[in-house]
Design a protein around this ligand. Structure first.
Ligand code: ADP
Length: 265
């Protein structure tokens, strides 16, 4: 516990003494520490690709100047590193955007069935490249929930992208929607969207920390896959904004299931 102590000398009529006020600033200290950690993480994440870029520029200006094959290879790596920085900045902006929004615009309704189909279509090419098949179980009609369509689309894009990336080559990605129903883990009627993959699964040790910014089970693999470590932090924030919940069920060798539960009113 950290206290801030303020003292004042008192000299009232017939009464002298010292007044001390103890203020518990533990929470402020923690927020300050989190902010410092975040800035350190962002700096590190930006510096890694930047250092690589500067190194390759130097090599291209010097030893590899006349070597066409090396030049092409290095330019390919440089493009990937620049792309990584670009994605990181994009995700940081998304995160700061969802964090800054206190409340959603009231009244907007989103049809989740349409949104999930559109999200799946937009990732069809990525799935095909990884030989991933979708196993889809969505209702025929509409299922509407109050929400921000762009943000909810980002939630399901991030979850399906992760399922494709970490599920591994040839895996199956299940996409389903239950409800509206009571008893799905929220007070009142709710719907549950599940994104499941038949990949290697996640050690239970890591599960509670997956939604922390920059937390990765395997940083090398995440970076190779183009991950920024911010995807699930963004997902969590958006779901909180929608007064929903996320559940992660996974075990090594048994695939992973991410369930998003959203209220219908
Ligand atoms: P990243 O940008 O690294 O993908 P995320 O915040 O989206 O960051 O995910 C955090 C970490 O959670 C990932 O680095 C990965 O280790 C793990 N993860 C996320 N989704 C899955 C999944 N479907 N299967 C296995 N691991 C996953």
């Amino acid at each position: 516990v950290t206290y801030k102590v303020s003292c004042a000398h008192l000299d009232l009529v017939g009464l002298t003494g010292v007044l001390a006020v103890f203020e518990d600033v533990t929470h402020l200290e923690q927020v300050g520490q989190m902010r410092r950690d975040f800035v350190a993480n962002v700096s590190h994440e930006l510096r890694t690709p930047l250092t690589a870029l500067l190194g390759f520029i130097e090599t291209l200006q010097g030893p590899a100047r006349e070597d066409a094959a090396a030049r092409d290879r290095f330019l390919g790596i440089m493009a990937r590193e620049a792309d990584r920085m670009n994605r990181l900045v994009r995700d940081l902006l998304s995160l700061s955007h969802v964090e800054a929004q206190e409340r959603m615009r009231p009244g907007d309704m989103v049809d989740l069935v349409d949104l999930l189909r559109a999200t799946q279509r937009s990732l069809a090419q990525m799935a095909e490249k990884n030989a991933v098949t979708f196993d889809e179980d969505l209702p025929a009609g509409q299922v509407r929930v109050p929400g921000d369509a762009d943000q909810l689309r980002q939630v399901f894009t991030n979850l399906i992208e992760n399922a494709i990336k970490y599920g591994g080559h040839g895996c199956t990605v299940g996409l389903s929607l239950d409800g509206p129903a009571e008893g799905l883990g929220l007070r009142g009627a709710a719907v549950r969207v599940t994104v499941a993959d038949s990949g290697p699964g996640i050690d239970p040790l890591h599960i509670p920390r997956l939604t922390e910014r920059f937390y990765r089970v395997d940083s090398h693999r995440s970076r190779e896959m183009g991950g920024t470590g911010l995807g699930l932090a963004i997902v969590k924030h958006i779901i909180n904004r929608h007064r929903g919940r996320m559940r992660i069920d996974s075990a090594p060798g048994e695939g992973s299931r991410f369930s998003v539960i959203l209220p219908t009113r």
